[in-house]
Design a protein. Sequence first.
Length: 586
Amino acid sequence: MSRINTNVNVMTAQRVSGMQNKGLNTSLERLSTGLRINRGKDDPAGLIASENLRSEKAAISAAITNAERADQVVNVAEGGLQEINASLVELQSLVTASANEAGLSKEEKEANQQQVESILQTIDRIANNTSFQGTKLLNGNFDFQLADKDANVQSLEINAAKIGSEPLKVQANITQSAQQAGTYLSLGGTLQLDDNADSTFSIEIGGALGSRQLSFASGTTTADMAAQINTFTDVTGIKAITVNSGDQDGIKLLSTEYGSNEFVSVEVLDDGNVSAGDGIFNLDSKNTNALGKTLGTPTTTTSDDQADAATATAFGIAVGDIGTLNVGDTRTVVAANGDQTVYTYQGAGTNSDHKFDVAVSVASTSALTSFVSANDVIRDGGQDVTGTINGITARGDGRTMSVKSDALDMAVTLQDDGAASTASATKTGIVDLVNITGGGAQFSIGPSVDATNQVRLGISSVSSREIGTTSFGAETYNLADLGGSGDLNMIDGDLEKAQDVVNASIKSVSAMRGRFGSFQKNIIGSTVNSLGVALENISAAESAIRDTDFAKETAEMTRTQILSQASQTVLAQAKSQPMNVLSLLG
């Protein structure tokens, strides 16, 4: 090289040395910070991806914290319920002890009542004071807010629901109504047996609770029969209702509850020498010439597009008066649903007097069954309501439909239509049950703030006036009625009903605790586990993009250090090259 004004080699050596120093500085920065991407120019696309992942990590971490906080809130509420449960168990003991009337003095009863009132005060105090950071949990603050409840709805229990910006409309499509088990005894006003005044007609009536044998003498009225049957309602689970259907009075036997577990059975134990020929709605002559003719077969079809619980269309027992039926005469037959059908007896020959006797119908079908002999049994079962709620298949239990899903957890009990004079209305259809406008303890347990990641837990009031509500016919009581001024007090109150109310309270509180436990285990617990796994995976992805690979970066730093030293040596040599030109001047 013979030119000295511009040393290109030095410039090249300086440029390369600068590049090596820059690479060395980058390696030192990455090793010291632990991050491969410290600024956008390090990896623009990687920076965007890593920042998005960091945002997701922060949201998931906050969601885990929220879920853990929700668990703590429910723990506080469940702790209060645990104490209430203990108080109710003690209350149960006091009610049972107070029932030993002959073995207790007046002072002991009064002492028991004082303990009961103390327990009720404790329950109310727990309900009003259980709180989390000043927010009361068990006084009804977190019950769901409802609007536009349909008249077909008797009661609603909403445990959880997801509500967006608009109220949640709850709609049921009822495909099969709930029914009681039922039979209809048509007696024409008075039971008449054969000519023997001492004859009795004995039957055994059975239901879900048990059975009872009953005997009726000739001449017993329907009112007396119903009263005798109702004496054992608590034993059988069957109630009797007298029905006046024109010229054919009768008794309707119904299960006290609805559902597939209910049934009514009637077995003839002693037929009182009543007999009937073969056929449908048989006529049997009391003289030697049995007619052996049959009347027509009725069919009964009813439909009512409503959502009330329906009373069963069931078996009917037609035990007619001993009367006269001539050829060409008419007779009204009452089926199990209370409907009347007029039949005309037609036969050949001249009119002659014959006695009308005993028969049975199954009103829900077109077939009729003879029912007169001893050991004959007729039975009908109830049925559960079936259908869907908001498109989700509901579980039916008597008149109650329930669904459990992530969007809606609720139970609705439909009204008993109270049709004491009919046993047939089949009531189905679509019903707008209620609108859920808000309420519930809302927890956000997901990384996104939307309805999908929010859950609402219904926490109803557990004060003494809100739990244990039980109906006894037209009367309704709650736990507060065990107080001194209530009808269920320990001194002169109805202790049988008091025990039922306490049992209902225990079931209610226990069910709430079980629901809280399920919420903690299956929703909060599962959510925390799922979010934890997601956090691990997203952290791993973010680390792969952003963090420094120390093995790789250390090797890179060693390489750049060597190259930097080499470039410095080369730079020194490049600077010395122009000095050689001076030898030409010498």
